[in-house]
Each structure stands twice: as C-alpha cells, then as structure tokens.
Design a protein around this ligand. Structure first.
Ligand code: ASP
Length: 353
C-alpha cells in the first residue's frame, strides 16, 4: 500500500427545505406540519454510520413544497454555491409536490455544477414506522458520496432519488400522489438503480465542461404561463392570455405529437404574440414521447405560426427553462433557439421535431 495516498473523508451537505419527510402531525388539527432538522435527524440515527462528514443546513422555516418559489430556488442556489468549494456533494430534502420543478430549475441555475446535487423526500414522514424517507435519504447520501478511482464524483448533475431510482432532475415528473414510487422519468432511463448493488447507467451520465467554471445563476423571470389545450377551449380566454403584457413565454400543452385544433383565431393569436416577442413552446400533453410538429398538418400550422418545439421536455422543465432564459436578458430569438437546444440533458432532439 502506498502510504502517501490518502483519501479524504467525503463531505456531504444535507439541505433541508421542508416537505413531508420532516413533518409531524398537529395533535389538534391532525394536519401534517413542517418540523425542524433535529426532529428529522433524531429519527435517522443511521446518519452517524456513514463514512463521510454530513453537515446540515436548514431552511427556516421549512416549507411545504407547494410554497416553493423562484425566490426560494435562488436561496437554494446561494447555499449550494457558498458550500460548493467546501463539500463533495449535496442532498436536498424537499417536498415531493413540486420537487420536479425545483430539480428542473436547479439543473439550469447550477450551470456546470460538476458535483452531485440529489433531491429526495418521502411520501410518509420520517417518524412513521413504514416511512419511505429512511430508504430515500440513505440511498441519496450514498449516491452523492460515490467517487471513481480518479476522485471524480460518479454523479455530477442535478438528480432526483426516489424508491430505488436515481432520475435526471429535469426529466422527472411526480406521477403518483400515494405510491412510494412517486416519480418517474418518461423519456429517459434512470441514471442509476439501487438494488443489492447500485447500477449506474454510465453512458447517459452528464459530465461538466472542464474548460468552463461552475456558474450559479440567481435570477428567474416568472413571466411565464402553461396552457393545456382541450376541445372547446375559449377564444376569449386564450386571446386574453396571449395579449397580456405580463406574459413573455407560453408553454402550450398540445395533443399527441404536438397538434392543436385548426382554429384560425388560435393561429392568429400565436402569430401576433410571436411578432410581439413572446415565445410559444410546444409540449405534448402525453406523458411519454416527443413533439414532432412536422408530422401532421395540425402541428405544422403551429410551427408556421412561430411556435418552437419543446421536443420531449416535461412541462415542469419547459416552464423553468423559460424562466431561466428570460432572466438572462436574451432577445426572443435567442430564447426560441435555446428552448430547442439541449442545455442540461433536458431534451432529446429528434429528426421531425
Ligand atoms: N405537501 C408535501 C410537500 O410537497 C408533500 C410531500 O412532501 O410529499 O411539501
């Protein structure tokens, strides 16, 4: 053994933002309310058994993730960037309800992070006997603390760990309100699965651009809306939204491969909005698959009116990507171009898109 070779103890920062995982029942109302990190760690004596230094940072007060906001995402980015030189990886404890939005937002805001940022939470509070929180936290820390023989972290991107699966953060969707398997990534295989052994899907793991620094971003522009199309959608409501001065970006949740009803007023609204510098992005309402606007006349008309393809992005990702790009002071054409490009592993570019 080479006695000069020492591996330092890995340091992981556990950021507790809130969510069911740390909640306890209010004895009077019976509702679950957020509690503090001490409560959480008391129920997790296993934390002391890890062969790494685990430090904790708590949001005060902890938030139910329904109350997450772009301002709180910026707070998370601030904590991550402050600790970035000091620790080897991050595990973020977060409510499940909006975890997919936070994971997507962070994937853009923590540009070129180069270290693991793993979000997790639970469906049952940590103090409950059948909690899924214990399994989720322990595996998330384990994944954040794994390094290769050159000392590089195996995961170097924003991810979500839940129920034996590590998923790319900006590909995840909360798919169940009550199953332990609450998250899925319809358009990308898991980055890793945790059975008896941890199996990594090495070919799809993201690697940072070594020639560029880690660049945290602290602004989001929320002038964005998502509209789900349905047969019979009201012309007045659509026109109202498309005409609004407050709206810069519209995620249009279309049918199938990116199709919309052939209504002249809808196309006119899109065309007018595009000319005024708004960005309209096509995302399919289907859980799995991609937008291919060239496939049917009902999709092609949207492309001709100025709609850009969101490819196979989730709606959570499209919304937060627009917020991120609008905050970069880009012009509308640049935002349109970048919405169609892969920035952080969030989309697969297809031939017909
Ligand atoms: N309402 C909770 C939250 O998202 C649900 C959960 O954590 O699972 O904060």
């Amino acid at each position: 053994m080479n006695s000069n070779f020492t591996v330092h103890k890995r340091k992981i920062l556990l950021i507790y933002t809130g969510g069911t995982i740390g909640m306890i029942k209010n004895p009077e109302s019976g509702a679950l309310e957020s509690f503090d990190f001490e409560h959480l760690s008391r129920h997790l004596p296993e934390l002391a058994e890890f062969d790494c230094d685990i430090q904790a940072y708590q949001f005060n007060p902890p938030v139910d993730s329904s109350d997450m906001s772009p301002a709180l995402w910026c707070d998370i980015v601030r904590v991550v960037s402050d600790f970035h030189p000091l620790v080897d990886g991050f595990v973020i404890l977060h409510g499940t309800d909006t975890m997919a939005y936070t994971a997507s937002a962070l994937s853009f805001m923590l540009e070129n992070i180069g270290k693991p940022v793993i979000l997790t939470g639970s469906q049952l509070p940590i103090g409950v006997l059948r909690t899924d929180g214990r399994e989720n936290i322990i595996n998330a820390i384990e994944l954040a603390a794994q390094f290769d023989e050159h000392g590089n972290p195996l995961i170097q991107e924003v991810a979500v760990y839940f129920d034996q699966k590590l998923l790319r953060g900006n590909r995840t969707t909360k798919c169940s309100a009550d199953n332990f398997s609450a998250f899925t990534s319809y358009n990308l295989e898991p980055l890793a699965t945790t059975g008896i052994n941890i199996k990594y899907n090495f070919p799809i793991l993201l690697r940072p651009d070594k020639s560029a620094p880690f660049t945290p971003h602290f602004h989001m522009d929320a002038s964005v809306i998502a509209i789900t199309l349905f047969p019979g959608i009201s012309q007045r409501i659509i026109q109202h939204v498309f005409d609004s001065e407050d709206v810069k970006g519209i995620v249009l949740r279309t049918f199938g491969a990116g199709n919309a009803p052939r209504l002249q007023w809808l196309l006119d609204a899109v065309r007018k909005a595009t000319l005024k510098g708004k960005v309209v992005v096509n995302i399919t309402q289907c859980q799995q698959g991609t937008v291919q606007m060239g496939m049917y006349a009902t999709g092609d008309q949207l492309r001709k009116a100025g709609v850009v393809s969101g490819h196979d992005m989730t709606v959570e990702c499209a919304v937060t990507k627009l917020m991120f790009l609008f905050a970069q002071n880009l012009n509308a054409d640049d935002v349109r171009r970048l919405m169609e490009q892969n920035l952080a592993g969030e989309l697969t570019v297809g031939e017909l898109s």
